[in-house]
Design a protein around this ligand. Structure first.
Ligand SMILES: NC(=O)c1ccc[n+]([C@@H]2O[C@H](COP(=O)([O-])OP(=O)(O)OC[C@H]3O[C@@H](n4cnc5c(N)ncnc54)[C@H](O)[C@@H]3O)[C@@H](O)[C@H]2O)c1
Length: 334
């Protein structure tokens, strides 16, 4: 199969592209190498992908329609997986424009592209953040999710809605996944695990928000990629409608699926897990919850399991251990 994946220099796009290349597929990787975090990490990820003959990188911005069209010309994709985005909850308070540009305009350009190339399946990344501060747990895809707490969440929810309209108007089969705190090797330096490990190994204090009582449903990257790869094969259609829990639209080949573990952990226990994996205690700075943070995330993985037979299984203890091993091997000491 021929894939166009956006965000291949990013954490999740890199892992998905690598898995598909290893499985013998062709991947055109589109990424703008944005400076949200250290570009050297993005370049290293692309350099690994470039070892595979099936990989063609295209450096360009989502907002630039012409470079997206160029990528489609080069790769002639059957399937588009749209992962590039301005990610991060807290940064959306500092630089809201980046979210509007990448996640609204950029995602609309992807929808136009999917229409032009006649994509057989379009898959796009959404987020657990769109459930806002909901206290109905676990979070099911059929829950109302229209009270976003940040512009990040609002742009992701908007992208889901725009995608539904294109799926209806142009019959583009579309799956939107909602990811839950993804972590693992080659992860993002702005996320908690990377920052905690980096600080503990370099004897710097770690910042713990909300007295450590917030909880997150952590999803290990290999579990996430397995879920995505299986969902690629489940093209939304009436034949695969699941009774009661499905989000398959009545008006379009469009579905929303949580990809998360259903095993939430409190932040303080997460810190202890990181300390145990490193073998050293952290210097802890306790801080209040930050603006835009939500108290919990907790995925109901039932729809994912009903559609694919898969349920994320890697424990946080095991996943954190693998991350620490990677960090020690690959990240130069400062
Ligand atoms: N990592 C998580 O825990 C998590 C959770 C929920 C949702 N998501 C979503 O998953 C997707 C991938 O996230 P990630 O963790 O790999 O993030 P990432 O920041 O590592 O990767 C995103 C990539 O997109 C690129 N990019 C950003 N804006 C662009 C633009 N306008 N044009 C071209 N390229 C652009 C960046 O250069 C980067 O390489 C995103 O859509 C994100 O919102 C991630």
């Amino acid at each position: 199969m021929r894939y166009l994946i956006t965000g291949t220099a990013g954490f999740i796009g890199f892992h998905l592209a690598k898995r598909l290349l290893d499985d013998g597929h062709f991947v055109t990787g589109f990424d703008g190498m944005t400076p949200y975090y250290d570009i050297r990490l993005k370049e290293r990820r692309h350099a690994i992908l470039a070892r595979s003959n099936g990989f063609k990188p295209v450096i360009g911005m989502l907002e630039d329609k012409a470079s997206l069209e160029k990528a489609a010309e080069i790769g002639e994709p059957d399937i588009i997986v749209h992962l590039a985005a301005q990610a991060g909850v807290r940064y959306s308070l500092e630089n809201p424009k980046a979210y509007v540009d990448s996640n609204l305009i950029g995602s609309w350009n992807i929808l136009e592209l999917a229409k032009t190339v006649g994509a057989k399946h379009l898959l796009l990344a959404s987020t657990s953040s769109i459930y806002g501060a909901s206290d109905k747990i676990p979070f099911a895809e059929t829950d109302r999710a229209d009270e976003p707490m940040t512009l990040y969440a609002a742009t992701k929810k908007s992208a889901e809605l725009m995608a539904h309209s294109y799926a209806h108007l142009y019959r583009i089969p579309t799956t939107a996944f909602r990811f839950f705190t993804v972590y693992g090797p080659w992860g993002r330096p702005d996320m908690a695990l990377f920052r905690f490990v980096d600080s503990i190994l370099n004897n710097r204090p770690i910042e713990i928000y909300g007295e450590g009582r917030m909880s997150r449903d952590f999803t290990y990257i290999d579990d996430l990629v397995e879920g995505i790869v299986r969902l690629i094969r489940v093209v939304p259609a009436e034949e695969n409608r699941v009774e009661e829990i499905d989000t398959l639209s009545r008006h379009a080949p469009f579905r929303i699926v949580n990809v998360g573990g259903g095993q939430p952990m409190e932040l303080m226990r997460f810190v202890e897990t990181v300390e145990a994996a490193i073998g050293r205690p952290a210097i802890r700075t306790m801080l209040p919850m930050q603006q835009g943070d939500v108290p919990r995330t907790f995925a109901a993985p039932d729809l994912l399991t009903a559609l694919t037979g898969f349920r994320p299984a890697i424990s946080v203890e095991e996943g954190v251990k693998r991350f620490v091993e990677w960090y020690r091997a690959e990240m130069p000491p400062v």
